[in-house]
Design a protein around this ligand. Structure first.
Ligand code: AP5
Length: 216
């Protein structure tokens, strides 16, 4: 059983690759972005509090996201976890280490997906997802086979995210470089870091990630 983190800026392809690993290996994807979007659409008090923060591209408090991960880790049992979009700060990384210790588990690898900032604008502004099954698409690089219909579940509920615009993306990138990129050094020092080229074709990125995971 492997526990891994997918680390990279917005649009690096974390969600796309996490979904492939879920299908191929039965791993459990823990995306704090998806959890927060669920809270937003549930109309809960917490959802209302985080909506404004997320829509302008800032980070939600460590306390909230650590709480979400703690809940999911306690209730899940499977072929390993893929942490997608978590941790995003050094306190979150420390908290994850403690949570895994408590469960008697370890972190196996941190896969840094390296991309060029210029490519991210095109990726983010072309993205849409299925509101029903969560499949991720792109206007150019991954359109649906039938316009307006999800390839996976047939739903016509295809959506664009409120924070997928150039202004929010600038803020999200700023947050990434200020608060999340120090995790690259943090996990390098722990001997966990592996880097893949996130600009390669989706299938090539999957092959590179498989190599990291299957390394003896
Ligand atoms: P979150 O949902 O985690 O968003 P993000 O990190 O900004 O990442 P994205 O989902 O935008 O990108 P991705 O890397 O998954 O790319 P994707 O595979 O979709 O977070 C959203 C917000 O929630 C944050 O801003 C914050 O407010 C809050 N939040 C979440 N977690 C938090 C935390 N831990 N702490 C505090 N706040 C938190 O791909 C993008 C597009 O490119 C797609 O259209 C895809 O089809 C395409 N694509 C993917 N790979 C390729 C490829 N190889 N070649 C060509 N196109 C590709």
């Amino acid at each position: 059983m492997l526990n891994i983190i997918l680390l990279g800026p917005p649009g690096a392809g974390k969600g796309t690759q996490a979904k492939r690993l879920v299908e191929e290996r039965g791993m459990i994807q823990l995306s704090t972005g998806d959890m927060l979007r669920e809270a937003k659409s549930s109309g809960s008090e917490m959802g209302r509090r985080v909506a404004e923060v997320m829509d302008r591209g800032a980070l939600v408090t460590d306390e909230i996201v650590i709480g979400l991960i703690e809940e999911r880790l306690a209730g899940s049992d499977g072929a390993g976890f893929i942490f997608d979009g978590f941790p995003r700060t050094l306190p979150q990384a420390d908290a994850l280490g403690q949570l895994l210790d408590r469960l008697g588990q370890k972190l196996d690898a941190v896969v840094e997906m390296q991309v060029d900032d210029a490519a991210l604008v095109a990726r983010i502004t072309g993205r849409f997802t299925c509101g029903s099954c969560g499949e991720v698409y792109h206007d150019v690089t991954k359109p649906t086979k039938v316009r307006g219909v999800c390839d996976v579940c047939g739903s016509t509920d295809l959506k664009r995210r409120a924070d997928d615009n150039e202004d929010a993306l600038k803020q999200r990138l700023m947050e990434y470089y200020k608060k999340t990129s120090p995790l690259i050094g943090y996990y390098y020092a722990k001997g966990k870091l592996a880097t893949v080229d996130g600009l390669a074709e989706m299938d090539e990125v999957s092959v590179a990630i498989r190599k990291v995971l299957d390394k003896p």
